[in-house]
Design a binder for this molecule. Structure first.
Ligand SMILES: C[S@@+](CC[C@H](N)C(=O)[O-])C[C@H]1O[C@@H](n2cnc3c(N)ncnc32)[C@H](O)[C@@H]1O
Length: 239
């Protein structure tokens, strides 16, 4: 399956807009749970949208599995340490105060075993009292979009269609991205990519995290009682 290689040049125009909202939500969580933090690593940093908003306050580094996404991020932030790596198996030779993994990047992993491998790798890369902060889409979120009509977006001269297609069960969907990119001669070229997301019950994720981290808290935007009914869950895990 493709992994953002087709989508990378269009990613910011199509999805980049929600970065301020995410950063506004996580900034107070960082202040509360890692008040002394100075170094931040973003796993699955994509084109660097979140890094861009945090880089003036923190020493920031990031990596992503997709060379295309990393190339875009490096063009935007040439002085930031950004590399190609796999969050299920990485060794950066140093530790950080905070590790982030945002905008449902964790949902891109193929199996729950890969989630656990990611948690273990992240834990090893944290300083004492450091935190892992990540979000995940729930089955409720999948259900809200699955099978609906495609969503159309105008992105500069290009047009994008996004559709959420049902997977093998309620815990799997495929995001289909169709980008109609305007060429110099005025004609449009279709670029298409399918991106799979999978989710797992909140309790399973908490149980796996509790085996690896000393404390685990779950949060939700605008909700006091996060659950599988919540659209997007945020986990804060202390080393
Ligand atoms: C929805 S994008 C989010 C990117 C970025 N965090 C943001 O907020 O814009 C998901 C990202 O996860 C990356 N990804 C998927 N599997 C990965 C893995 N095993 N290791 C590292 N990155 C991965 C993809 O390449 C993609 O850039």
């Amino acid at each position: 399956m493709d992994n953002y290689e087709v989508f990378a040049p269009f990613y910011d125009a199509v999805l980049g807009g929600r970065k301020e909202r995410v950063t506004e939500y996580i900034a107070p969580l960082l202040k509360e749970h890692a008040p002394q933090a100075s170094s931040v690593l973003e796993m699955a940093c994509g084109t660097g949208n979140i890094m861009g908003l945090l880089k003036d306050e923190y020493e920031i580094a990031g990596f992503d599995l997709s060379p295309g996404m990393v190339e875009v991020a490096k063009q935007k932030f040439p002085n930031v340490d950004i590399s190609v790596a796999d969050m299920t198996d990485f060794d950066l030779g140093r530790t950080y105060d905070v590790i982030l993994c945002l905008f449902d990047s964790i949902n891109h992993l193929a199996s729950f075993d890969e989630w656990k491998k990611t948690f273990i790798c992240a834990q090893k890369h944290l300083n004492a009292d450091g935190i892992l902060l990540f979000d995940m889409n729930t089955g409720t979120q999948f259900g809200m979009y699955r099978g609906k009509e495609p969503m159309g977006r105008e992105c500069g001269d290009d047009y994008a269609l996004l559709q959420c297609i049902a997977g093998a069960n309620d815990n799997e969907v495929f995001w289909n991205f169709k980008i109609f990119a305007k060429e110099d001669d005025g004609k449009f070229t279709l670029h298409e990519e399918h991106i799979r997301e999978r989710t797992h019950p909140m309790q399973d994720v908490q149980d796996a995290l509790n085996e690896i981290f000393s404390s685990v808290s779950v949060f939700a935007e605008d909700e006091d009682n996060p659950s599988d009914k919540t659209e997007r869950l945020y986990f804060v895990c202390t080393k």
